[in-house]
Write a protein that binds this ligand. Structure first.
Ligand code: PMP
Length: 358
């Protein structure tokens, strides 16, 4: 039975990447050492990290005046490091509250004594649509924080808010490399790797060079300037996660890059949304223009039936379609590595389920 893993993260990886890891695992590049055993100061690893950065720059057309930094600590640590490094003039940021992860970003900024103004929120609508930015008339924010794709609620900005002279910071964790954005629209982008870029343990930060190095005496592990100076090797980096990300990036290039991924993600998500919209049993709660290409929440409005569906889906190899504990229902994550056939199988299953229980 073919297994399709709809987990929101850690998430499914491309089959050829898993095959390559399997092949490389005992002896990387005929070195007689596993990639898990090589020094981060070795030429073998320097090639891996340099090539990964080069491929990422090519795939996202990252301008030369942006640094690419490889961090640990997940997206959550970036909720701390971003305000510590960037909120250095007004000590105040604007936040578009689009859901759980935006709220978490705000909470962590407050913990490092940064004031957080919620510029708009769609909490009252249960986050079934995106908060838009009303006019930013004052330049009194160090930056505005948005979550480009809301992993739990299933919304995504297809065009980013215009913040004028104020910097825009994007948490791109769940649609990084899956949907096209212009890097220049952002002062900083961050993304955890475990959705579209490989495995947990690695977080990417892309930051414009004039924004960093302004705060003195930050703890070393939280200092973007130090990471930039040391090529992300201030200490031992997550060697295996960077190696895996490198393989995913290579695969992405072979597949046609981000435009092709976005085309596929649109096709996959449309197949599922069209089915859900036509269904009498299922509802996709997010309003159409704001729907995510990568995370599709849906419900039957009957929690017992949801539980039955999730169990029956698992029996036929459709794994991890349970919604986030905060919203319930179901969620299918359709990241880059999810093939169209997986979504077809899911839709066929949902159709059969509806005929049986409706
Ligand atoms: N931001 C978004 C959009 C996320 O989806 C997640 C994790 N699911 C995070 C941040 C937090 O990431 P981590 O668990 O790597 O800290």
């Amino acid at each position: 039975m073919t297994i399709y893993n709809f987990s929101a993260g850690p998430a499914t990886m491309p089959d050829p990447v898993i095959a390559q890891i399997k092949q490389d695992l005992p002896s990387y590049n005929d070195s007689g050492m596993s990639v898990m055993e090589i020094s981060h100061r070795s030429e073998l690893f320097e090639d891996i990290i340099d090539q990964a950065e080069k491929d990422l720059r090519e795939l996202l057309a990252i301008p030369d005046n942006y640094h690419v930094l490889f961090f640990q600590g997940g997206g959550t640590l970036q909720f701390t490091t971003i305000p510590l490094n960037l909120a250095n003039k007004y000590h105040r940021i604007g936040l578009l509250d689009s859901g759980h992860w935006a709220e978490r970003a705000g909470d962590e900024a407050k913990r490092v004594n940064v004031k957080v103004d919620v510029l708009n929120s769609t909490k009252a609508d249960h986050y079934t649509k995106l908060p838009i930015l009303k006019d930013l008339t004052q330049d009194t924010y160090d930056y505005v924080h948005i979550t480009t794709n809301n992993t739990i609620e299933g919304t995504a900005y297809s065009t980013v808010p215009d913040t004028g002279a104020t910097e825009l910071v994007g948490d791109m964790s769940s649609n990084f490399l899956g949907q096209q954005y212009n890097i220049k629209d952002f002062g900083l982008i961050m993304a955890g790797a475990q959705k579209n870029l490989g495995i947990a343990g690695l977080t990417l930060v892309i930051v414009r060079d004039d924004l960093i190095g302004k705060v003195k005496n930050l703890p070393s592990m939280l200092d973007y300037q130090l990471f930039a100076q040391k090529n992300s090797m201030f200490n031992t980096p997550p060697v295996f996660a960077i190696y895996a990300a490198g393989l995913v990036l290579k695969w992405l290039k072979q597949q046609g890059g981000v435009p092709e991924m976005e085309r596929r993600n649109r096709k996959k998500s449309s197949l599922l949304y069209d089915f859900l919209d036509a269904s009498k049993l299922f509802t996709a709660p997010v309003q159409k223009p704001d729907r995510s290409l990568t995370n599709v929440p849906f419900v039957t409005k009957d929690a017992d039936l949801d539980a039955k569906l999730i169990a029956e889906a698992a029996d036929v190899g459709l794994l991890n379609i349970k919604g986030h504990r905060s919203v319930g229902g179901m969620r299918a994550s359709l990241y880059n590595a999810m093939p169209y056939e997986g979504v077809e199988k899911l839709v066929n299953f949902l159709d059969k389920f509806e005929k049986n229980y409706w």
